[in-house]
Design a protein around this ligand. Structure first.
Ligand code: NDP
Length: 485
């Protein structure tokens, strides 16, 4: 019997499901059991061509609609997503392995927030009038044209919506390529947009590996590329986009600092560290994986952290009591286990976890290392799994310098009751998305993105509009034209 997660076909182009079985088969594995639940096929060159030419053709008419009309469609799509939240969350859990407890509140709901928010903004995208005596300049905020979205595997619904919603609100069309690891959810987003009234071809999904992504990025018809992925992939895609002088948004990896001063509320700080390291089993780009704890509260913090981490419930992700799921793939599990071994070898003190869980699926116990030093591999490289490194510090000046000593700059957090210090520290940290007495909140109203190697551009908020549109300026002369000859 066909598994309920099996999509009707691999791709969604021009308003319908499309198949081409000549493409390389991509198995979809449920991470909690290792069982194959679906198969899709990578896009062949013919499928890529179909998606790009369709999206190119659909964009002009879409951009001619009023922003309010486009926005109404996006908001309708948001309503449908919310109505179907349960089914979409189950699919997200099959796609990623993340527990239903999380997917019910963080995936389709976050996607719906983006569709609603950018749907609301769509009618307000205007230019300005710049008076110059009798003459004037007016500006128009125009769509970029055809956009390509490329997603990572940790939030397949959310990433499709965070890219698709602002792109469509501005009058662009999109071809979206999910990660080959999680190909299912974006197809549902495409289906729902059509149901909500989006014209065929405005939002298309094609499957495939990096090769398909590469073909999309280098196509001369494409005006913008928005990627969520790792820094090495980001560098490749950014360079390819630059060849064609295309706009880019790069949402890449991190090794973010979470700084806990000794006046912090310990339970809130422990809660922040748990949210910033173990949500989605640590597969979150903005995670605060370098937890700097001031020496005065170190042992108290570690004791409370170990106690609360022991309350994580590993198990069937479809059981809403489960609070901690598996790694997305066996490969990712092995990469993370490799880092855990490195941590042990390099002399970090294991506080809890530290091994694969004794159960089916790709589960790793939530792991905390203490006495981590800045030069250890686990403190320098992005692990993308449930491995928290706790480092000690003495002074504010010292911790800020150490926190900034990394190529990454996605996020940063500080826990302290001293608000003057909190704002000063955040002001001195090199990061794009920051938190005071909290960690990892990502409301659609707030800009999201990194500095340094963690990325270029911003998603969400009004900032995203700037990255999916461009300004045309028009000089209007009221009098005669003076010329030298
Ligand atoms: P990858 O960088 O491996 O892949 C990202 C996407 O790019 C995938 O769809 C991949 O396809 C595609 N791709 C790979 N090579 C190319 C290429 N040459 N041209 C075009 N597309 C290409 O990242 P992961 O999927 O492993 O995701 C994990 C990474 O994503 C982490 O580093 C994490 O930090 C980052 N991330 C960043 C976020 C942010 O907003 N800043 C949020 C979430 C994750 P395929 O995998 O199918 O081959």
């Amino acid at each position: 019997m066909t598994h309920p997660a099996q999509p009707k076909a691999s791709h969604f182009i021009n308003g319908e499901y499309v198949e081409d079985t000549a493409g390389t088969p991509i198995p979809v594995i449920y991470a909690a059991t290792g069982e194959q639940i679906a198969t899709v096929h990578a896009a062949t060159p013919a499928i890529v061509e179909q998606a790009l030419s369709t999206a190119k053709a659909a964009q002009k008419e879409w951009a001619k609609m009023t922003g309010t009309e486009r926005g109404r469609i996006l908001r309708r799509a948001a309503d449908i997503m919310r109505e179907r939240n349960h089914d979409l969350s189950v699919l997200e859990t099959y796609d990623t392995g993340k527990p239903l407890q999380e997917t019910l509140v963080a995936d389709a709901t976050s996607g719906a927030d983006a569709l609603e928010y950018f749907g609301g903004l769509a009618g307000s995208l205007t230019g300005e009038h710049i008076p110059l005596g009798e003459d004037w300049v007016y500006t128009m905020r125009e769509a970029l044209g055809l956009c390509v979205g490329i997603g990572a595997w940790n939030y397949p619904t959310q990433i499709a919506c965070w890219k698709g919603a602002p792109a469509l609100a501005c009058g662009n069309s999109m071809v979206f390529k999910p990660s080959e690891t999680t190909p299912l959810c974006a197809l549902k987003v495409a289906e729902i947009l059509i149901e909500a009234g989006a014209p065929a071809g405005v939002f298309n999904v094609v499957q495939g590996m990096g090769e398909v992504g590469g073909a999309l990025v280098t196509d001369p018809r494409v005006d913008k590329v928005s990627l969520t992925g790792s820094v090495p992939t980001g560098k490749k895609v950014y360079a390819a986009a630059a060849e064609g002088m295309k706009h880019v948004t790069m949402e890449l990896g991190g090794k973010s600092p979470l700084i806990i001063f000794d006046d912090a509320d310990i339970d809130n700080a422990v809660g922040g560290a748990i949210n910033g390291n173990f949500y989605s089993s640590g597969q979150v780009c903005s995670n605060g994986t370098r937890v700097f704890v001031q020496k005065g509260i170190k042992e108290k913090f570690l004791a409370r952290l170990a106690e609360r981490t022991g309350n994580a419930i590993l198990g069937d992700p479809m059981d809403e009591a489960t609070s901690f799921g598996p790694m997305v793939t066996e490969n990712q599990m092995n990469i993370v286990l490799g880092y855990i071994e490195k941590g042990k070898e390099e002399g970090a003190r294991l506080i809890c976890g530290g091994k694969r869980a004794d159960m089916d699926g790709y589960f790793i116990e939530p792991t905390v290392f203490a006495d981590v030093t800045d030069d250890m591999t686990i403190a320098r490289e992005e692990i993308f799994g449930p491995v928290m490194s706790v480092l000690d510090f003495d002074t504010e000046e010292e911790v800020v310098a150490r926190a900034n000593d990394t190529e990454f700059g996605l996020s940063a957090g500080v826990f302290t009751k001293d608000f003057t210090r909190a704002h000063r520290v955040i002001g001195n940290l090199e990061a794009g998305s920051c938190f005071i007495n909290s960690y990892n909140d990502a409301p659609v109203e707030a800009p999201f993105g990194g500095v340094k190697a963690s990325g270029v551009g911003r998603e969400n908020s009004k900032e995203a509009i700037k990255h999916f549109s461009q300004v045309k300026s028009v000089y209007v002369r009221m009098g005669d034209v003076e010329a030298a000859f």
